[in-house]
Design a protein around this ligand. Structure first.
Ligand code: SAM
Length: 215
């Protein structure tokens, strides 16, 4: 970690430790099969367009952040994750040809000024956040007016997804905090003043929610 890292102190330390332990096998073949497929599906849907400053919240080992930066020269991508292990694995992927940086920080306390990003996204991290309302408020705060927020997450709408909600009761074991229903996520976006909120089911249990901060 560097001096500029902001390890979150509010989360139970075992939550971070669990992700720290996972960080060494996160890029293993078995795990890659799932995440690479998902990231390939998501890359065009994030629609980077004319965004220049992009933030990945809960970036894990940084695969999507690095591939976005490689695919979009001129775009500067920042990845944050509350697990120092995930961030050190991500930093191993830094190279002079990609404009990416990684920091230890929690979604609920983003160490950035207001309005600094054109696009803020988060993939499969939201259900782990201890305080999802605060995390989304932070994501909206660091967006510039007209900027876009995208959250991709497992939702608790369907019967097999409701099973996931049961896992939430054992969060000390699974690390899954809660699976929100798709309508709850869009409601949280609207509560934060995001407009043109739309949702797209990416996979049967995974929904992308996107909204814009008004100009
Ligand atoms: C399943 S991984 C997904 C990683 C990455 N987004 C991807 O698509 O490969 C979830 C990540 O969220 C991070 N995380 C969980 N709660 C967090 C929080 N409150 N703030 C920041 N990161 C968090 C974990 O450390 C972990 O790296």
């Amino acid at each position: 970690m560097t001096d500029s890292d902001h390890p979150d102190t509010r989360h139970p330390s075992n939550a971070r430790e669990r992700f720290d332990r996972w960080s060494s096998s996160y890029d293993s073949r078995r795990s890659r099969l799932f995440f690479e497929r998902l990231h390939r599906r998501l890359a065009p849907l994030l629609a980077v367009g004319d965004a220049r400053r992009v933030l990945d919240v809960g970036c894990g080992t940084g695969n999507l952040a690095v591939s976005l930066a490689l695919d979009h020269p001129g775009v500067s991508v920042t990845g944050i994750d509350f697990s120092p292990g995930m961030i050190s694995a991500a930093r191993e992927k830094l190279s002079p040809v990609v404009d990416v940086s990684f920091r230890v920080a929690a979604a609920e306390e983003l160490p950035f000024d207001d309005g600094g990003f054109d696009l803020v996204y988060s993939t499969l991290s939201f259900h782990h956040w201890e305080d999802r309302r605060k995390g989304l408020t932070e994501c909206a705060r660091v967006l510039r007016p007209g900027g876009r927020l995208i959250v991709v997450d497992i939702t608790g709408d369907r019967w097999y997804c409701r099973m996931y909600r049961v896992f939430g009761r054992f969060r000390h074991l699974t690390g899954h905090v809660a699976y929100a229903k798709a309508a709850e996520i869009s409601g949280l976006f609207e509560e934060r003043g995001l407009t043109d909120v739309r949702q797209e089911r990416i996979w049967p249990s995974i929904v992308l929610t996107a909204g814009y901060l008004p100009v």
